[in-house]
Design a protein. Structure first.
Length: 390
């Protein structure tokens, strides 16, 4: 039985690996803690721990854990994306250079925020040079109003990248891009032996009047020709990064007129979408991830999905003290715990809101699945008290 090392797992990894029955087909070895819950990343110690035990394959499902998994795979001679390809994808200034060269029609104008005169006028969408989810990303109309702040995520990322020979201090800063509009969607797929395979496309839905995601809906409602357009971008783009033997997902804006535009490319599985694929196709993307990391072709059959599935994000738009939370349940991820303010427990994933929970639902139609998800989310037994001003 092959041993698969899951690097710095999040709780979702453990749940979905068990739900897919992969712990019956593989010896699963979890190493380290979720890096997003640590104040300090001890990169050398984590690497040593990963290299010390058995392992026939290695995976990570967040940006930093995926980079560490790539470093482990390279050291052990296992299948996986190269660390250099992952850093090129994850470091937005470098990624934009490659994207401009390969898919210029899909790549927004951008520049590094470094005090020099911007090459184009505002408004801008500013984001960290490396980051997670939507943290720190926001619209900016005046760059001079930006405040410098310590970026502990970038510091931890740099320590991991240094294990692959990169300058640990080269990942801070911010990137400004032209403001894009259109439908937001995510294409997920994998690359095996140089062949780019699309699994599916998921639509992003937002809370009305905000830039905060309310839900992710699979399958997309984009027409077939727009889906083909996104697949063609992926087929051109991933080989240009030298990316192989790994999962990827690409976020796009798709306007009504004109070409789709890139938001970003992530060299990892979209773990939050795994239950959506499971519900509509009968296969977990974690199953495909384990096969790919073992050197096998996952052999994805892109048949039409059955029904529609929703990943629903319950949010609060102001800070609060968490007093009680719901009990664990199937199809529910509770993201906060009692006894602390939302701002103190990593609940934020954008500049305007705090995530409380994620609910997964299926229906014969998107409308049915979304209604079920909203009703279930509204019924969750969170008790939140007003937080005293800081």
């Amino acid at each position: 039985m092959r041993t698969v090392v899951v690097v710095c797992p999040q709780e979702r990894d453990r749940q979905l690996i068990a739900a897919a029955g992969l712990d019956r087909d593989y010896e699963v070895r979890y190493v380290g803690d979720d890096l997003d819950r640590l104040d300090h990343v001890d990169a050398e110690a984590l690497l040593d721990e990963c290299l010390a035990g058995p392992g026939d394959a290695v995976v990570g499902t967040k940006d930093r854990s995926a980079l560490l998994a790539a470093i482990v795979a390279e050291r052990r001679g296992l299948p996986g994306p190269s660390p250099r390809a992952l850093v090129a994808l994850q470091h937005k200034p470098r990624a934009r250079e490659i994207e401009h060269a390969v898919v210029p029609e899909a790549t927004p104008a951008s520049f590094v925020v470094d005090g020099r005169t911007p090459p184009f006028s505002p408004p801008y969408f500013v984001k960290p040079a490396v980051g997670r989810l939507s943290q720190g990303a926001r619209r900016v109309d005046d760059l001079e109003a930006l405040e410098a702040s310590a970026d502990t995520y970038a510091e931890g990322y740099g320590r991991l990248a240094a294990l692959a020979g990169f300058d640990a201090g080269g990942f801070g800063g911010q990137v400004a891009e032209e403001l894009l509009t259109g439908r937001e969607v995510t294409l997920e797929g994998y690359v095996h032996s140089g062949r780019v395979k699309t699994i599916g496309i998921t639509d992003s839905l937002k809370y009305p009047g905000t830039n905060s995601f309310e839900a992710f809906a699979y399958p997309t409602e984009l027409p077939g020709e727009r889906q083909d357009e996104l697949g063609a971008v992926a087929t051109r783009l991933l080989p240009a990064f030298g990316f192989d033997a790994g999962f990827f997902n690409i976020e796009f804006f798709v306007p009504d007129d004109g070409p789709a535009r890139l938001i970003e490319v992530n060299g990892r599985i979209a773990s939050q979408f795994a239950p959506l694929i499971q519900a509509t196709h009968g296969r977990s993307t974690y199953e495909l991830l384990f096969a790919l990391a073992s050197g096998d072709d996952p052999e994805w059959d892109a048949h039409a999905p059955h029904g529609a599935a929703i990943s629903y994000v319950l949010r609060r738009f102001d800070d609060a003290l968490v007093e009680t939370v719901p009990e664990p349940a199937e199809g529910l991820e509770v993201l906060v715990g009692p006894g602390a303010r939302l701002a103190e427990q990593g609940a934020a994933n954008d500049v305007a809101s705090f995530r409380l929970a994620i609910v997964y639902e299926w229906g014969e139609t998107r409308e049915e699945a979304l209604q079920r998800a909203r009703e279930r989310a509204a019924a969750l037994s969170f008790r939140l008290a007003p937080a005293a001003p800081r």
